[in-house]
Design a protein around this ligand. Structure first.
Ligand SMILES: *[C@@H]1O[C@H](CO)[C@@H](O)[C@H](O)[C@H]1NC(C)=O
Ligand SMILES: *[C@@H]1O[C@H](CO)[C@@H](O)[C@H](O)[C@H]1NC(C)=O
Ligand SMILES: *[C@@H]1O[C@H](CO)[C@@H](O)[C@H](O)[C@H]1NC(C)=O
Length: 380
């Protein structure tokens, strides 16, 4: 192949620019959040964790289960967005505005703006606790905390929400028929949604295909199949993975109450890498497949059948294994990283592996350019 030097250098420069643009796009799509749980005796210091996440990974959001000042300090000037939590047992007190204002003064204001604190979660899966005192105080606590943020002029930057388990739905299959549990729907969820909508905060859910998996539907849970496994007769939509079905169930339940325009955030999802002997589908390879496909899927812009073209702010559970958690073995083994900051299994979240998380468009565009380039080259 013969090229005039000018044409060749123009082509090369164009190739370089397009490639750089594509790599940048790939990097932009790779963003993901993690839950930084600390019920463990062997974790590295927060300063080390924060430095590692910002320097070496594409993780750009963390959520913690309290408001640990050491962790909040550690994430200062990292650019990583941080979500903190009011523990469940403080919910009744937070309905007291003076207390809420003091909480904001102690746990929020000292860290702004160096630490990019974006959200406060009031409790965790409060409706699943069946604790009447906590449940009845949940929405008032959220509202009061928001007022405390307003009085500190922080409400534009810091939003108040609360994460729910999928147990808040009484029915979720097929997705179009989902609704919130009777009793909670009008007394708790509806006022909560009014609050979230008015304050421009998201509805947060913890969907875990892991807990809905059996031998027969592992492919569906792991985003493996592409033929469609669940058919929703009402909408004539086909579901190729369980997470989409779970998200669309949430969407349908929101829509039934008239709040389908409230943003949905995935506050937790994940897959353990170790379980009790002979526990089905629990190993590093399966965890790698779920979390890797999850990252690609939520960033792909494909959305779900009922929410096409949407991306979902997603927080994987969890950053580390937590060796002090009670319960079955898998509860202690959801971690992505060992305490020495190496990956427990392969995952497209390291900065040097961004190409791996690029979506299909990336490969298609890249391939087309190479083909066109070769085609032009042979004709010159
Ligand atoms: C509200 O909180 C403040 C500050 O903690 C406390 O001094 C006050 O007694 C509380 N009020 C009520 C009614 O509990
Ligand atoms: C989703 O994106 C596709 C392709 O860009 C477009 O044709 C379609 O109208 C979009 N749908 C919605 C609901 O935005
Ligand atoms: C990190 O820790 C894991 C688990 O203990 C171990 O298997 C691995 O060899 C360690 N890697 C390095 C580089 O120390």
């Amino acid at each position: 192949m013969e090229q005039t030097p000018l044409v060749a250098s123009i082509l090369n420069a164009t190739m370089l620019l397009v490639t750089l643009a594509l790599i940048q796009e790939a990097e932009a799509t790779a963003k993901i959040g993690v839950n930084y749980g600390t019920v463990a005796s062997n974790l590295p210091p927060p300063s080390k964790v924060a430095k590692f996440l910002s320097k070496s990974t594409t993780i750009n959001r963390v959520r913690i289960f309290d408001a640990n000042p050491e962790i909040l300090h550690a994430f200062a000037n990292t650019g990583i967005e941080v979500t903190i939590t009011v523990p469940n047992d403080q919910i009744p007190q937070i309905t007291n505005l003076t207390f809420a204002q003091q909480w904001v003064k102690t746990n929020v204001q000292p860290f702004l703006p160096a630490t990019k604190l974006i959200r406060i979660l009031v409790g965790n899966e409060v409706l699943s606790t069946a604790n009447k005192l906590l449940i009845s105080n949940l929405v008032p606590a959220m509202q009061t905390l928001h007022v405390a943020l307003v009085t500190a002029s922080l409400d534009n930057n810091v939003k108040v929400s609360t994460p729910h388990s999928l147990g808040v739905l009484s029915n979720s299959s097929p997705p179009s028929t989902a609704k919130f549990r009777q009793g909670y729907d009008t007394h708790v969820i509806k006022p909560m949604l009014s609050f979230l909508k008015a304050s421009n905060a998201p509805f947060m859910v913890n969907p875990y295909p892991f807990f809905g998996t059996s031998v027969s539907n592992l492919d569906y849970a792991l985003f493996r199949s592409d033929s469609g496994v669940v058919f929703d007769d009402n909408t004539k939509l086909r579901y190729t993975n369980m997470l989409d079905a779970q998200l669309d169930a949430v969407y349908s339940a929101l829509k039934l109450l008239g709040f389908e325009d409230v943003e949905i955030v995935i506050a937790e999802t994940g897959w353990p890498s170790l379980g009790d002997p002979a526990q089905f589908g629990v190993d590093p390879k399966t965890a790698s497949e779920y979390n890797g496909n999850l990252i690609r899927h939520v960033n792909s812009g494909i959305g779900t059948p009922l929410m096409p073209n949407r991306t979902f702010d997603t927080y994987i559970f969890a950053l580390f294994d937590e060796n002090l958690k009670p319960g079955p073995t898998y509860e202690r083994n959801f971690g992505l990283f060992w305490p020495n900051m190496t990956l427990v299994y392969d995952l497209p979240i390291m900065k040097n592996s961004v190409a791996l998380v690029a979506n299909r468009h990336f490969y298609k565009a890249f391939l087309s350019i190479i083909i066109v380039f070769n085609f032009i080259s042979t004709w010159l």
